[in-house]
Structures are given as structure tokens and as C-alpha cells.
Design a protein around this ligand. Structure first.
Ligand code: NAI
Ligand code: OAA
Length: 320
């Protein structure tokens, strides 16, 4: 007997660098059919057609539809939100709060209306705060709003560790917690090379430099590219989250979720290790952090809480 499995649908709001690159990865790997939506007339349609025209060369039959209409996102399993502005050299992610907050509030209303059963992956910066807006406006349970930040930051950290030690990336496990901003918390005690804690292998001054480079990983790319922020590694990070959700793989991937007392934090989206499966957030993994790591995480959460206060001043009413 043949098992016929219906293909899944992933919608991506924002057909810019991150959105289109994510769409290409999903379609080329046959993970799901994709709807790519953008406010700019023709952009999502043009990029989708361009991706489809690679099908005969790359050998994929998955479909992608470019659109400007939210009706198309109906029945999506996952909706990725990349709509909005990216930062320019000299800006912090938080400088995007007002402009992107308005955009994301509107996007959230449309997701609530047209894809009420979906799992949302917020990406637009400042990501932890945009996740909060998406959660507040949609009213989705916290299991279905899972921000992308820690997957990317941990991958950057792992890459720098591999470069430093001339060791395959496949031997490296690394973890970055906290907000996806300047106060992120790379965790040395939970980062290993072939199972050996990094502190046993890399001298402390070099480790400090790697931690600083990880914290500035996004800014380093903005500084180099000038008119764009990163998108290849971000798209790979989003892909890994979607793949764990759609294939119900239960991978543990650091992501930004609403904390309700875990790690002593309540009411804010903060990056923590979570298990991802086809219901979305399955479990928040609670690690025994050192006193120093706990205080760094608390500081990162406090900065996010200040951002939430700013959002509450900006939007008296999230549902308008
Ligand atoms: N969370 C993370 O780790 C990362 C977050 N980002 C963030 O992702 C966002 C997107 O980055 P890029 O794709 O590089 O920017 P981009 O400028 O290339 O693309 C943004 C797209 O959003 C579209 N857009 C704007 N308003 C819209 C609306 N109301 N509805 C639908 N589409 C709309 C624009 O037309 C544009 O095509 C930025 O805020 C960036 O800072 C980027 C990389 C990593
Ligand atoms: O740095 C940025 O503005 C984009 C981003 O979040 C990242 O690459 O980590």
C-alpha cells in the first residue's frame, strides 16, 4: 500500500532577501510548497517565477506562488514573517522598532484572519519584540509563535569556534541564549567541541574575542554589505526550524518564545533552547546556568521588557 502524504504549505510574508532565500531553500529541498507574499507589486511574483524556472535544472517539483493577497496563505502550516526594514550601518536592531512595529501589527491581523491555525516564525527585527506583537495581535497560544534568532546566533558562534580550532562544524555544539540583540548570551559552559567543553580547548582571551564577534555577528555583515543585512545564514536558520516542525523531528533549537516563569522570566519573548515538533513549541529546556550566565540572561530579558513598554506606549490598542 502506498502512503500518500499531502504536501505541506509554508507562507513567507516579505519577499526580500531573507524571505526569497528561505523560499528558495524550501522549494529546492522539496520540504513544502511555498506562498511568497510582498507588498511591492510584482516582486513576489517575479521571484517565484524565477525560482520555478530553476526546477528542471535542480529537479524539484514543489510549487511556489508569488502574491500580494493574503487569501493565498490560507491553510499554511507555518507562516514566516520577514516583512519590513533591515538596518543600515551604525543602526541597532532596536532602531527599527517603530517602523517595523506598524508593519508587523498589520501582518499579524492578516495572519489571524487568513491562517488562524498556523505556526508563526517571526524574523523581522527587533525580532523578540516583533514576536511579542505577533503574539498579542493574533492571540495564538505561545506554542505557535516561535522567533528565529538563537538558531542563527548559535550557528555563527559554532562557525567561529570551528574556524578557531580548525575542526569540522559537525563536531561543534554551541548555544546562544537571550535576546537577538546586543545583549545575547553565548554560553561557554554549554558549548563543546567533540563533547569537550570549549574552555578546555581554547584560551580565555581567544574565547572572549569569539564571544564578542558572535554578539556583533549581524553588525559585522551589515558593515560589510552596507545596504543589506545577512540573509544566507538567516534563511538556513529559518529552514532548520521549519524542517523540525514539519517533519516532527523534535530538534532542540534555541528560539525566542514567550516565557511564563522559566529562567525566572515572565511575559517576554526571550531566546532559550526549545524542542520543536509539529505542534510547534513542545518544551522549553531548562538548563542549570551559572550565576554569571543567569545574570546576563536576566539583563538581556530586562532590555526586552523595556522594549515591550515602548511597544505598549506605541500601540495603546494592539488590535486596532
Ligand atoms: N531574526 C533574525 O535573525 C534576522 C532578522 N532579519 C530581519 O528580517 C527583516 C527582513 O530582512 P531582509 O529580507 O534582508 O529585508 P529586505 O528589505 O530585503 O526585504 C523586506 C521585504 O519586506 C517587504 N515588505 C515591507 N512591508 C511589507 C508589508 N507590509 N507586507 C509585506 N511585505 C512587506 C518589502 O517590500 C521587502 O521586499 C529585517 O527586519 C531584518 O532586520 C534579517 C536577518 C536575520
Ligand atoms: O543584523 C541584522 O540587522 C540582521 C540580523 O538580525 C542578523 O543578521 O543577525
Amino acid at each position: 500500500m502506498r502512503i500518500v502524504k499531502k504536501r505541506r504549505k509554508v507562507s513567507i510574508i516579505g519577499a526580500g532577501n531573507v524571505g526569497a532565500t528561505t523560499a528558495q531553500k524550501i522549494v529546492e529541498n522539496g520540504l513544502a510548497d511555498v506562498v511568497l507574499l510582498d507588498i511591492r507589486d510584482g516582486v513576489a511574483q517575479g521571484k517565484s517565477l524565477d525560482i520555478l524556472e530553476a526546477g528542471p535544472l535542480m529537479g524539484f517539483d514543489t510549487r511556489i506562488v508569488g502574491t500580494g493577497h493574503y487569501e493565498e496563505i490560507a491553510d499554511s502550516s507555518v507562516v514566516v514573517v520577514t516583512a519590513g526594514f533591515s538596518r543600515k550601518p551604525g543602526m541597532s536592531r532596536d532602531d527599527l522598532l517603530h517602523k517595523n512595529g506598524e508593519i508587523i501589527r498589520d501582518v499579524a491581523h492578516n495572519i489571524r484572519k487568513f491562517a488562524p491555525d498556523s505556526i508563526i516564525i517571526p524574523v523581522t527585527n527587533p525580532m523578540d519584540l516583533m514576536a511579542y506583537v505577533l503574539w498579542r495581535v493574533t492571540g495564538f497560544p505561545r506554542e505557535r509563535v516561535i522567533g528565529m534568532g538563537g538558531a542563527l546566533d548559535s550557528s555563527r558562534f559554532a562557525y567561529f569556534l570551528s574556524e578557531e580550532t580548525r575542526t569540522s562544524v559537525s563536531n561543534i555544539h554551541s548555544l546562544v541564549m537571550g535576546g537577538h540583540g546586543d545583549q545575547m548570551v553565548p554560553l561557554l559552559d554549554f558549548s563543546t567541541i567533540a563533547g569537550v567543553p570549549v574552555r578546555k580547548i581554547i584560551p580565555s582571551d581567544r574565547l572572549e574575542a569569539i564571544v564578542t564577534r558572535t554578539r556583533n555577528g549581524g553588525a559585522e555583515i551589515v558593515h560589510l554589505m552596507k545596504d543589506s543585512s545577512a540573509y544566507f545564514a538567516p534563511a538556513a536558520a529559518i529552514y532548520s526550524m521549519i524542517e523540525s516542525i514539519l517533519h516532527d523531528r523534535h530538534r532542540i533549537i534555541p528560539s525566542s518564545v514567550l516565557l511564563e516563569g522559566e529562567y525566572g522570566i515572565r511575559g517576554a519573548f526571550v531566546g532559550v533552547p526549545v524542542r520543536l515538533g509539529n505542534q510547534g513549541l513542545e518544551e522549553i529546556i531548562q538548563l542549570p546556568l551559572s550565576a554569571e550566565e543567569s545574570s546576563q540572561l536576566a539583563h538581556s530579558a530586562a532590555v526586552i521588557a523595556e522594549g515591550i513598554s515602548a511597544l505598549n506606549r506605541l500601540f495603546n490598542n494592539f488590535s486596532e
